[in-house]
Design a protein around this ligand. Sequence first.
Ligand SMILES: [Zn+2]
Length: 137
Amino acid sequence: MSIRPNDEILQEPFWKALAQGQLRMQRCCECGTFRHPPSPICHKCASFEMEWTPLGGGARLYSFTVARHSVHTSLDAKMPYVIALVDLDEGVRMVSSISGIAASDLRIGMRLKCSIEKVSADFALPYFVPEPETKTP
Ligand SMILES: [Zn+2]
């Protein structure tokens, strides 16, 4: 048994894109503001117009905690795991998890990259993995 999101119509394009290997989020057609979780109206300009826009996947770690007690049997094999708040380069903060690094090596502000992991044929989850810092000249 796995944990799956509900079938709310507003969230459906987010989960369908992930199943196809893409991180997409709502973007306001009027002012360009990204919004997540999905909503029917822009919180900045009150427009109802939006499009589902692919994101680059780059992010920085805003905050995290380590879960040491499983709240669902599908998580037993992942214990302990990191629950993270990541700031996407497009200006959206989202909840996710980080893989590929020990929690003791995590640093606030470190670069991350989205890694979409298939759970089943029609369901995937967005995780984040460390990304090397790129030096700007
Ligand atoms: Zn807007």
